[in-house]
Design a binder for this molecule. Sequence first.
Ligand SMILES: [Zn+2]
Ligand SMILES: [Zn+2]
Length: 276
Amino acid sequence: MSRLSPVEAAASTRAYNFHSHTQFCDGKASMEEMAAAALGQGMEHYGFSPHSPIICPSGANMKADDLQAYFDEAARLRDLYGDKLEVYTGMEIDWLDADFGPHIDFFQKMPLDYSIGSVHFLRNREGEWVDIDGRPERFLRYLDEKFRGDLRGVVERYFEQELYMIERGGFTILGHCDKISRNASARDPQIESYGWYQALLADVVEACASRKLPVEINTRRAESEDRYFPRESVWRSLADRNVPLIVNSDAHEPEGISSGREKAFAALRRLDIKTP
Ligand SMILES: [Zn+2]
Ligand SMILES: [Zn+2]
């Protein structure tokens, strides 16, 4: 088996996953356990994507001091599995602002096979970086305590930052591009039906389409909440614009590696969308 890019791998088989976490960030299992489980679940291509080192306080991101250990372990597993399982050294890189994102030298110089660009942090008016990912209960508390309850402002800022990140580029796959919908809908279940919301998401679709930037269909919440990131309603317009769609489970534990993937492929079939 020759080494493929994530997009080539996704075009060749459904037995892939390029979004996963381990002991190096907020995953619940080691890289070794995740690779073994991936092979056991029939994967042929498996990418590790730890949350990148970051410059604001975060319990979810890997430490810069662990980078070498991560690269060493990925190389060891790549050799160990050889052709049985293609192991990829990736990273889910956080965008904070123009000074810190996938495009900066720090990440560009890393020996990565690919990277995912994701927005998890937004700066509030006081200049504090706030993790707007994670559990809805915490988001609702932060929304009131750190953003004065301004839900629309937070959602607008999320998509605005994502657009800046896409503009700067430097990453391979756009990560869970409307994930804010999950936490935002904990405050307003109608949020995704509003015209202003849909216009923001349409801007992201347009930005990806004009660059042919691969977009993941993140299935982490597909089984438990019947929710994909991005939502199913934009898959068609992405596919029609020739944006490669990559089905990723964002696994944080061995049981999550295949979670939601079959369901997503069935939905893609139903919509008559070929991936990528
Ligand atoms: Zn993420
Ligand atoms: Zn992730």
